[in-house]
Design a binder for this molecule. Structure first.
Ligand code: SF4
Length: 407
């Protein structure tokens, strides 16, 4: 669908904003006062059945795009993490919570398996967070229930190895994971994690995992940093920034989540117009990868915090139902529609009338622009069915940690 055909839809945004300005007030900077937008006026609710009379067909007439079948899924067991890495894609930390129940995990897993099977595919599941080892009993209970229900095998579990405090504990946990069918253990280890986890624990976890699982079933992200680590915890702020700057140059990852708040100032930045025309069809519609958070929100695989749909709720929606609904009605999701049409620059056009102000210093990449806009939407309570939950976005502690503050 060309951007021009979507721009006409902005009319309702202008009308809504005018209504809101009168009813709820706008602050002196033109920003809607946070938390004053009621859901009923936020303009998007994927569960409002009456709007389905305007539903678009699965195939977008203009672009011919159809929604890919989801085949890779990460179950985010919690937003809690012992660390609060500067690069965390979902802003996890010790002050975050949320816990996926065993019933919810098995429900999502079963539905994902059925979705893939209905299209002649097989599902690949991984368990992630936050830190999935936060509640060891819960992690084991989910894996045991999945095995007993004969669900697809767990492809991988991701961890930062903070729990590998001694050899006996590490070995016993890895042996149990092996017995429960774990495919690969993926250990997150880079300069950002090194600010919170001692390298000795990572080395212990790697060495014992290689003995228990075999070398081919252990991965470290990034191996080269394990071979030549830096104890980031001992560095002062300036030295730490230098290490992070070099890491950003070496690994050109997207600046989303906490990285958009804490690391963007270390990158070369550009005006928002630089990113005009960089649409996100691949990330939103063509990706076969999703994450499901502890509250049942389904995110595109690489864009945490953009809500494609929600499982559970009053209607007890399954993942299959969310896929069906998003497949036919993604045009009604204001964030997905905008970024599919024209990327974060198109999203910028949609949110300017809502009070969003561009960063005068510019943005590191199109995802930094997207993340900054979405943070504004979450702070203001706008489109909560399409962006959120707040646990996935920056809070006051994250803003305080940003050096220098965003400008
Ligand atoms: S700009 Fe936004 S929607 Fe597009 S890939 Fe980046 S985070 Fe995802």
């Amino acid at each position: 669908m060309p951007a021009s055909s979507l721009k006409g839809d902005n009319t309702w945004i202008h009308k809504s904003f005018t209504l809101l300005a009168v009813r709820f007030g706008v602050n002196c900077a033109g920003r809607i006062r946070p938390n004053r937008l009621p859901v009923c006026l936020s303009g998007y609710n994927p569960h409002m059945g009456k709007r389905s009379t305007n539903a678009e067909p699965t195939t977008d007439r203009a672009s011919g795009e159809t929604l890919a079948v989801w085949e890779f899924a990460g179950l985010m067991l919690t937003y809690w993490c012992n660390a609060r890495c500067a690069f965390c894609y979902v802003c996890s930390g010790p002050d975050r919570d949320g816990e996926m129940s065993v019933d919810d995990a098995i429900g999502h897993w079963s539905s994902l398996d059925r979705l893939a099977a209905a299209h002649g595919r097989s599902m690949r599941i991984h368990l992630a967070g936050g830190e999935p080892f936060h509640d060891w009993v819960q992690l084991v209970s989910i894996l045991r229930a999945a095995r007993d229900a004969r669900l697809s095998p767990v492809e991988k579990v991701e961890t930062n190895a903070f729990w590998a405090a001694d050899d006996g504990l590490t070995r016993s946990r890895l042996e149990l994971l092996d017995a429960l069918g774990l495919g690969t253990l993926v250990i997150s280890w880079d300069p950002y994690h090194a600010a919170y986890v001692p390298v000795e624990r990572v080395r212990r976890c790697v060495e014992i995992a290689r003995r228990v699982l075999g070398r081919g079933r252990v991965r470290v992200r990034w191996w080269e940093f394990l071979h030549d680590p830096v104890d980031v915890r001992r560095l002062d702020a300036k030295q730490r920034e230098d290490v992070f700057r070099e890491a950003l140059q070496r690994h050109k990852d997207r600046l989303t989540g906490r990285a958009a708040i804490e690391l963007a100032h270390l990158c070369e930045r550009h005006s928002a117009a630089t990113f005009a025309g960089q649409h996100c069809v691949d990330a939103i519609l063509r990706s076969r990868h999703v994450h499901i958070d502890p509250y049942g929100n389904i995110f595109p695989g690489t864009c945490g915090g953009i809500i494609l749909g929600q499982t559970g709720g009053g209607g007890l929606r399954t993942v299959e139902q969310v896929w069906q609904q998003f497949s036919s009605r993604w045009h009604e999701n204001p964030v997905a529609q905008a970024v599919v049409a024209g990327g974060s620059y198109e999203l910028l056009q949609r949110v300017r009338p809502l009070g969003y102000r561009e960063l005068p210093g510019g943005y590191a990449d199109k995802c930094h622009l997207c993340a900054h806009i979405r943070q504004f939407l979450v702070d203001c309570g706008i489109w909560p069915q399409a962006v959120g939950p707040p646990a996935c976005y920056g809070n006051e502690a994250d803003r305080a940690a940003a050096i220098p503050p965003q400008s």
